[in-house]
Design a binder for this molecule. Structure first.
Ligand SMILES: [Zn+2]
Length: 389
Protein backbone atom coordinates (compact mmCIF):
# COMPACT_ATOMS: atom_id res chain seq x y z
CA UNK A 1 0.00 0.00 0.00
CA UNK A 2 1.44 3.40 -0.92
CA UNK A 3 1.52 6.27 1.50
CA UNK A 4 -1.46 8.10 -0.03
CA UNK A 5 -3.86 5.18 0.20
CA UNK A 6 -2.56 4.35 3.65
CA UNK A 7 -3.38 7.85 4.76
CA UNK A 8 -6.68 7.71 2.96
CA UNK A 9 -7.69 4.58 4.77
CA UNK A 10 -6.42 5.75 8.13
CA UNK A 11 -8.17 9.08 7.96
CA UNK A 12 -11.25 7.75 6.31
CA UNK A 13 -11.72 5.36 9.20
CA UNK A 14 -11.10 8.02 11.81
CA UNK A 15 -13.38 10.72 10.46
CA UNK A 16 -16.89 11.41 11.65
CA UNK A 17 -19.75 11.11 9.19
CA UNK A 18 -19.92 14.86 8.48
CA UNK A 19 -16.19 15.16 7.92
CA UNK A 20 -16.19 12.10 5.65
CA UNK A 21 -19.06 13.39 3.55
CA UNK A 22 -17.43 16.77 3.27
CA UNK A 23 -14.36 15.20 1.65
CA UNK A 24 -16.61 13.31 -0.75
CA UNK A 25 -15.72 9.85 0.62
CA UNK A 26 -18.30 7.24 -0.17
CA UNK A 27 -20.22 6.28 2.91
CA UNK A 28 -18.90 3.10 4.43
CA UNK A 29 -21.00 0.27 5.72
CA UNK A 30 -20.84 -1.88 8.81
CA UNK A 31 -18.22 0.21 10.50
CA UNK A 32 -18.56 1.82 13.90
CA UNK A 33 -18.19 5.59 14.15
CA UNK A 34 -14.70 6.54 15.39
CA UNK A 35 -14.37 7.61 19.02
CA UNK A 36 -12.73 10.81 18.02
CA UNK A 37 -12.85 12.43 14.60
CA UNK A 38 -9.36 13.16 13.27
CA UNK A 39 -10.41 16.57 11.94
CA UNK A 40 -13.04 17.99 14.25
CA UNK A 41 -12.72 16.09 17.55
CA UNK A 42 -16.45 15.38 17.11
CA UNK A 43 -17.34 19.05 17.05
CA UNK A 44 -19.92 18.33 14.38
CA UNK A 45 -21.94 16.23 16.78
CA UNK A 46 -22.07 19.15 19.18
CA UNK A 47 -23.93 21.45 16.79
CA UNK A 48 -27.30 20.80 18.43
CA UNK A 49 -25.97 21.60 21.91
CA UNK A 50 -24.38 24.83 20.70
CA UNK A 51 -27.51 25.87 18.85
CA UNK A 52 -29.70 25.16 21.91
CA UNK A 53 -27.44 27.14 24.13
CA UNK A 54 -27.55 30.13 21.76
CA UNK A 55 -31.32 29.94 21.46
CA UNK A 56 -31.68 29.93 25.26
CA UNK A 57 -29.55 33.04 25.62
CA UNK A 58 -31.28 34.80 22.73
CA UNK A 59 -34.67 34.08 24.30
CA UNK A 60 -33.59 36.13 27.27
CA UNK A 61 -35.10 39.43 26.12
CA UNK A 62 -33.36 39.99 22.78
CA UNK A 63 -35.65 41.55 20.20
CA UNK A 64 -34.49 41.11 16.64
CA UNK A 65 -35.73 40.25 13.20
CA UNK A 66 -32.43 39.40 11.55
CA UNK A 67 -29.12 38.05 12.76
CA UNK A 68 -25.68 37.07 11.63
CA UNK A 69 -23.28 34.59 13.17
CA UNK A 70 -19.52 34.24 12.84
CA UNK A 71 -17.31 31.51 14.26
CA UNK A 72 -13.69 31.04 15.10
CA UNK A 73 -12.56 27.40 15.05
CA UNK A 74 -9.19 26.15 16.34
CA UNK A 75 -6.67 26.51 13.54
CA UNK A 76 -5.59 22.89 14.07
CA UNK A 77 -8.98 21.69 12.76
CA UNK A 78 -8.54 23.66 9.58
CA UNK A 79 -4.90 22.57 9.24
CA UNK A 80 -5.75 18.87 9.65
CA UNK A 81 -8.42 19.11 6.99
CA UNK A 82 -6.09 20.99 4.65
CA UNK A 83 -3.46 18.36 5.23
CA UNK A 84 -5.72 15.47 4.26
CA UNK A 85 -6.94 17.37 1.22
CA UNK A 86 -3.50 18.23 -0.09
CA UNK A 87 -2.30 14.65 0.31
CA UNK A 88 -5.35 13.17 -1.35
CA UNK A 89 -5.62 16.01 -3.88
CA UNK A 90 -9.17 16.82 -2.85
CA UNK A 91 -10.25 20.15 -4.29
CA UNK A 92 -13.30 22.40 -4.38
CA UNK A 93 -15.02 20.93 -1.35
CA UNK A 94 -16.65 22.85 1.44
CA UNK A 95 -14.35 23.58 4.41
CA UNK A 96 -15.04 22.51 7.98
CA UNK A 97 -15.62 26.11 9.00
CA UNK A 98 -18.07 26.68 6.20
CA UNK A 99 -19.99 23.53 6.84
CA UNK A 100 -20.11 24.18 10.56
CA UNK A 101 -21.39 27.71 10.05
CA UNK A 102 -23.92 26.75 7.38
CA UNK A 103 -25.35 24.00 9.56
CA UNK A 104 -25.49 26.18 12.65
CA UNK A 105 -27.11 29.04 10.73
CA UNK A 106 -29.76 26.73 9.36
CA UNK A 107 -30.47 25.30 12.80
CA UNK A 108 -30.79 28.75 14.34
CA UNK A 109 -32.90 30.08 11.50
CA UNK A 110 -35.24 27.17 11.86
CA UNK A 111 -35.56 27.32 15.64
CA UNK A 112 -35.67 31.09 15.98
CA UNK A 113 -37.76 31.76 12.86
CA UNK A 114 -35.51 34.74 12.04
CA UNK A 115 -33.75 35.71 8.86
CA UNK A 116 -30.02 35.93 8.27
CA UNK A 117 -28.80 39.35 7.19
CA UNK A 118 -25.16 39.56 6.14
CA UNK A 119 -25.09 43.31 5.66
CA UNK A 120 -26.94 44.92 8.53
CA UNK A 121 -28.37 42.40 10.96
CA UNK A 122 -30.22 43.42 14.12
CA UNK A 123 -27.70 41.42 16.09
CA UNK A 124 -24.45 39.59 15.60
CA UNK A 125 -23.30 36.46 17.36
CA UNK A 126 -19.56 35.89 17.71
CA UNK A 127 -18.85 32.28 18.55
CA UNK A 128 -15.45 30.92 19.59
CA UNK A 129 -14.62 27.22 19.87
CA UNK A 130 -11.47 25.94 21.52
CA UNK A 131 -9.48 22.71 21.10
CA UNK A 132 -11.61 20.98 23.71
CA UNK A 133 -14.71 21.94 21.76
CA UNK A 134 -15.77 24.23 24.57
CA UNK A 135 -17.68 27.18 23.18
CA UNK A 136 -18.03 30.80 24.15
CA UNK A 137 -20.13 33.47 22.53
CA UNK A 138 -20.94 37.15 22.53
CA UNK A 139 -24.26 38.54 21.42
CA UNK A 140 -23.84 42.02 20.01
CA UNK A 141 -26.98 43.97 19.14
CA UNK A 142 -26.49 46.56 16.41
CA UNK A 143 -26.86 50.03 17.93
CA UNK A 144 -30.20 51.70 17.36
CA UNK A 145 -30.56 55.38 16.70
CA UNK A 146 -33.57 57.11 18.20
CA UNK A 147 -34.71 60.45 16.83
CA UNK A 148 -36.04 62.25 19.90
CA UNK A 149 -36.95 65.69 21.16
CA UNK A 150 -37.04 67.22 24.58
CA UNK A 151 -38.62 70.13 26.36
CA UNK A 152 -37.15 71.67 29.49
CA UNK A 153 -39.81 73.35 31.59
CA UNK A 154 -37.73 73.93 34.69
CA UNK A 155 -34.55 75.98 35.06
CA UNK A 156 -31.34 74.62 36.50
CA UNK A 157 -30.96 71.45 34.45
CA UNK A 158 -27.73 71.23 32.49
CA UNK A 159 -28.08 69.75 29.03
CA UNK A 160 -24.86 67.76 29.08
CA UNK A 161 -22.84 65.90 31.66
CA UNK A 162 -19.89 67.77 33.04
CA UNK A 163 -17.42 65.73 31.00
CA UNK A 164 -14.98 63.07 32.07
CA UNK A 165 -12.54 65.17 34.02
CA UNK A 166 -14.38 64.52 37.29
CA UNK A 167 -12.21 63.30 40.11
CA UNK A 168 -13.54 60.77 42.54
CA UNK A 169 -14.19 63.48 45.11
CA UNK A 170 -16.09 65.59 42.63
CA UNK A 171 -18.25 62.63 41.75
CA UNK A 172 -19.00 61.94 45.42
CA UNK A 173 -19.80 65.56 45.96
CA UNK A 174 -22.07 65.51 42.94
CA UNK A 175 -23.83 62.42 44.25
CA UNK A 176 -24.56 64.12 47.55
CA UNK A 177 -26.27 67.01 45.75
CA UNK A 178 -27.71 64.79 43.14
CA UNK A 179 -31.28 65.98 43.61
CA UNK A 180 -30.49 69.36 42.12
CA UNK A 181 -27.55 68.56 39.90
CA UNK A 182 -28.69 65.91 37.47
CA UNK A 183 -28.29 66.70 33.79
CA UNK A 184 -30.73 66.14 30.97
CA UNK A 185 -28.19 63.76 29.46
CA UNK A 186 -28.20 61.59 32.60
CA UNK A 187 -31.98 61.49 32.91
CA UNK A 188 -32.54 60.67 29.23
CA UNK A 189 -29.69 58.19 29.19
CA UNK A 190 -31.12 56.25 32.15
CA UNK A 191 -34.60 56.30 30.68
CA UNK A 192 -33.48 55.06 27.26
CA UNK A 193 -31.28 52.37 28.79
CA UNK A 194 -34.27 51.11 30.75
CA UNK A 195 -36.55 51.33 27.74
CA UNK A 196 -34.22 49.29 25.54
CA UNK A 197 -32.24 47.26 28.10
CA UNK A 198 -29.28 49.03 26.52
CA UNK A 199 -25.79 49.45 27.88
CA UNK A 200 -24.80 52.92 26.86
CA UNK A 201 -26.31 55.98 25.18
CA UNK A 202 -24.39 58.35 22.93
CA UNK A 203 -25.92 61.73 22.17
CA UNK A 204 -25.83 63.71 19.00
CA UNK A 205 -27.24 67.09 19.92
CA UNK A 206 -28.81 69.56 17.55
CA UNK A 207 -27.76 72.75 19.31
CA UNK A 208 -27.58 73.42 23.01
CA UNK A 209 -28.56 75.80 25.76
CA UNK A 210 -27.58 76.95 29.23
CA UNK A 211 -28.35 75.19 32.47
CA UNK A 212 -30.77 78.02 33.33
CA UNK A 213 -32.47 78.04 29.91
CA UNK A 214 -35.90 76.64 29.24
CA UNK A 215 -36.65 74.74 26.04
CA UNK A 216 -40.23 75.27 24.93
CA UNK A 217 -42.34 75.13 21.76
CA UNK A 218 -42.07 71.82 19.92
CA UNK A 219 -38.86 71.04 21.80
CA UNK A 220 -35.27 70.49 20.71
CA UNK A 221 -34.66 67.52 18.43
CA UNK A 222 -31.63 65.28 18.96
CA UNK A 223 -30.39 61.78 18.26
CA UNK A 224 -29.61 59.14 20.85
CA UNK A 225 -27.63 56.12 19.79
CA UNK A 226 -28.25 53.19 22.11
CA UNK A 227 -25.43 50.67 22.31
CA UNK A 228 -26.22 47.08 23.24
CA UNK A 229 -29.99 47.53 23.07
CA UNK A 230 -31.67 44.18 23.70
CA UNK A 231 -35.08 45.70 23.11
CA UNK A 232 -35.17 47.48 19.80
CA UNK A 233 -38.89 47.62 19.21
CA UNK A 234 -39.85 50.95 20.64
CA UNK A 235 -43.59 51.31 20.24
CA UNK A 236 -45.76 54.27 20.86
CA UNK A 237 -47.08 53.42 24.29
CA UNK A 238 -43.72 53.59 25.97
CA UNK A 239 -41.93 56.46 24.37
CA UNK A 240 -42.34 59.48 26.52
CA UNK A 241 -40.97 60.62 29.82
CA UNK A 242 -42.23 63.50 31.94
CA UNK A 243 -40.13 63.98 35.00
CA UNK A 244 -38.62 66.86 36.96
CA UNK A 245 -39.52 69.41 34.31
CA UNK A 246 -38.09 67.32 31.48
CA UNK A 247 -40.29 66.02 28.69
CA UNK A 248 -38.82 63.51 26.31
CA UNK A 249 -40.42 62.08 23.18
CA UNK A 250 -38.98 59.27 21.08
CA UNK A 251 -40.10 59.97 17.53
CA UNK A 252 -38.55 57.35 15.32
CA UNK A 253 -36.04 54.54 15.18
CA UNK A 254 -33.29 54.10 12.62
CA UNK A 255 -29.84 52.62 12.36
CA UNK A 256 -27.53 55.38 11.41
CA UNK A 257 -26.81 58.85 12.60
CA UNK A 258 -26.92 61.63 10.00
CA UNK A 259 -23.60 61.95 8.23
CA UNK A 260 -23.26 65.69 8.76
CA UNK A 261 -24.57 68.05 11.46
CA UNK A 262 -28.18 69.00 10.86
CA UNK A 263 -28.95 72.61 10.02
CA UNK A 264 -31.57 74.31 12.11
CA UNK A 265 -33.01 77.68 13.12
CA UNK A 266 -34.21 78.67 16.54
CA UNK A 267 -36.10 81.42 18.24
CA UNK A 268 -34.45 82.50 21.46
CA UNK A 269 -36.03 84.79 24.04
CA UNK A 270 -33.14 86.77 25.49
CA UNK A 271 -33.31 88.72 28.76
CA UNK A 272 -30.84 91.58 28.69
CA UNK A 273 -29.73 94.20 31.16
CA UNK A 274 -28.27 97.50 29.95
CA UNK A 275 -25.92 99.84 31.79
CA UNK A 276 -28.52 102.64 31.64
CA UNK A 277 -32.25 103.01 31.03
CA UNK A 278 -33.40 102.23 27.50
CA UNK A 279 -36.56 103.25 25.71
CA UNK A 280 -38.43 101.50 22.93
CA UNK A 281 -37.03 104.16 20.60
CA UNK A 282 -33.45 103.23 21.60
CA UNK A 283 -34.14 99.60 20.81
CA UNK A 284 -35.79 100.19 17.42
CA UNK A 285 -32.41 100.26 15.72
CA UNK A 286 -31.88 96.59 16.68
CA UNK A 287 -34.33 95.55 13.98
CA UNK A 288 -31.60 96.59 11.55
CA UNK A 289 -29.85 93.34 12.58
CA UNK A 290 -32.59 91.32 10.82
CA UNK A 291 -31.15 89.57 7.80
CA UNK A 292 -27.55 90.27 8.86
CA UNK A 293 -24.69 87.82 9.06
CA UNK A 294 -23.02 87.68 12.47
CA UNK A 295 -19.34 86.77 12.74
CA UNK A 296 -18.03 85.49 16.05
CA UNK A 297 -15.28 83.50 17.67
CA UNK A 298 -16.10 79.99 18.81
CA UNK A 299 -13.10 78.43 20.55
CA UNK A 300 -10.37 79.02 18.02
CA UNK A 301 -12.52 79.43 14.94
CA UNK A 302 -14.33 82.41 13.49
CA UNK A 303 -17.74 81.30 12.34
CA UNK A 304 -20.79 83.03 10.95
CA UNK A 305 -24.50 82.64 11.51
CA UNK A 306 -27.46 84.47 10.01
CA UNK A 307 -29.93 86.43 12.09
CA UNK A 308 -33.31 86.24 10.38
CA UNK A 309 -35.25 88.66 12.54
CA UNK A 310 -35.22 90.46 15.88
CA UNK A 311 -38.32 91.50 17.81
CA UNK A 312 -38.23 93.79 20.80
CA UNK A 313 -40.32 92.52 23.72
CA UNK A 314 -41.00 93.85 27.20
CA UNK A 315 -38.92 96.73 28.57
CA UNK A 316 -38.61 97.17 32.33
CA UNK A 317 -36.17 99.84 33.46
CA UNK A 318 -32.66 98.61 32.68
CA UNK A 319 -33.95 95.27 31.47
CA UNK A 320 -35.47 94.32 28.17
CA UNK A 321 -36.37 91.22 26.22
CA UNK A 322 -35.56 90.32 22.60
CA UNK A 323 -36.85 87.47 20.49
CA UNK A 324 -34.00 86.48 18.20
CA UNK A 325 -34.87 84.24 15.27
CA UNK A 326 -31.54 83.03 13.92
CA UNK A 327 -29.56 80.22 12.48
CA UNK A 328 -28.85 77.53 15.08
CA UNK A 329 -25.49 77.84 16.80
CA UNK A 330 -25.40 81.62 17.16
CA UNK A 331 -23.68 82.32 20.47
CA UNK A 332 -26.32 84.43 22.23
CA UNK A 333 -24.18 85.77 25.10
CA UNK A 334 -21.46 86.92 22.73
CA UNK A 335 -24.08 88.42 20.43
CA UNK A 336 -25.43 90.53 23.30
CA UNK A 337 -22.28 91.51 25.14
CA UNK A 338 -19.65 91.48 22.46
CA UNK A 339 -16.99 90.82 25.12
CA UNK A 340 -15.43 88.26 22.88
CA UNK A 341 -15.22 88.94 19.19
CA UNK A 342 -18.73 89.14 17.66
CA UNK A 343 -19.54 91.46 14.80
CA UNK A 344 -22.04 93.10 14.67
CA UNK A 345 -23.40 92.75 18.21
CA UNK A 346 -26.23 94.27 20.25
CA UNK A 347 -24.03 96.37 22.55
CA UNK A 348 -22.24 98.12 19.70
CA UNK A 349 -25.44 98.70 17.69
CA UNK A 350 -27.05 100.32 20.75
CA UNK A 351 -23.83 102.06 21.73
CA UNK A 352 -24.55 100.80 25.20
CA UNK A 353 -23.00 98.04 27.27
CA UNK A 354 -25.48 95.18 27.58
CA UNK A 355 -25.33 91.80 29.20
CA UNK A 356 -27.35 88.65 28.65
CA UNK A 357 -29.09 87.66 31.90
CA UNK A 358 -30.67 84.47 30.59
CA UNK A 359 -32.12 83.02 27.45
CA UNK A 360 -34.84 80.51 26.68
CA UNK A 361 -35.30 78.46 23.55
CA UNK A 362 -38.81 79.21 22.36
CA UNK A 363 -38.69 76.85 19.39
CA UNK A 364 -36.36 74.95 17.08
CA UNK A 365 -36.90 74.30 13.36
CA UNK A 366 -34.94 71.82 11.34
CA UNK A 367 -34.03 73.18 7.93
CA UNK A 368 -33.02 70.03 6.15
CA UNK A 369 -35.96 68.26 4.50
CA UNK A 370 -34.59 64.82 5.17
CA UNK A 371 -34.14 65.65 8.84
CA UNK A 372 -37.68 66.91 9.01
CA UNK A 373 -38.88 63.60 7.68
CA UNK A 374 -36.83 61.68 10.23
CA UNK A 375 -38.32 63.64 13.08
CA UNK A 376 -41.84 63.61 11.77
CA UNK A 377 -41.98 60.00 10.73
CA UNK A 378 -44.31 58.18 13.06
CA UNK A 379 -42.89 55.17 14.84
CA UNK A 380 -43.63 52.38 12.45
CA UNK A 381 -41.39 49.62 13.70
CA UNK A 382 -43.89 46.99 14.57
CA UNK A 383 -43.32 43.29 14.85
CA UNK A 384 -45.62 40.34 14.94
CA UNK A 385 -46.09 38.46 18.20
CA UNK A 386 -43.90 35.73 16.87
CA UNK A 387 -41.08 38.12 16.09
CA UNK A 388 -41.34 39.69 19.51
CA UNK A 389 -40.85 36.37 21.27
ZN1 LIG B 1 -15.45 15.41 12.16
Amino acid sequence: MDLASHLELKNYVSLCKECRNRQGFIDRKNLDEPNECFICNNLMSKLGTISNSLVTRLSDGYEFRTFQIGVSLPSSYIEREDNIRSRLKIKGRNSIKNQFLLSLREMLKHTLLKEIDYVSPDLRIDLVINEKNEFFFNIIPTPIVLACKYLKKRRGIAQKNKGLADTRNQILEKDSQRENSFSLEEVISEYLKQLTSGVKVKFSWIGGEDKESLVLGKGRPFFAEVIGAKRRVVTEHNISLKENGIELYVLSVSRILPQSPLKFDSTTRVSITAERLVSIKDLECLTSLSGRTIWFRNKKKIIRKAVHSIKVGKIDGLNFVLDVFAEGGLHIKQFVGGKEYCEPNISTILGLKCECLSFDIMDVWLRDRHALEVFQRPLSVKMSVNEMA
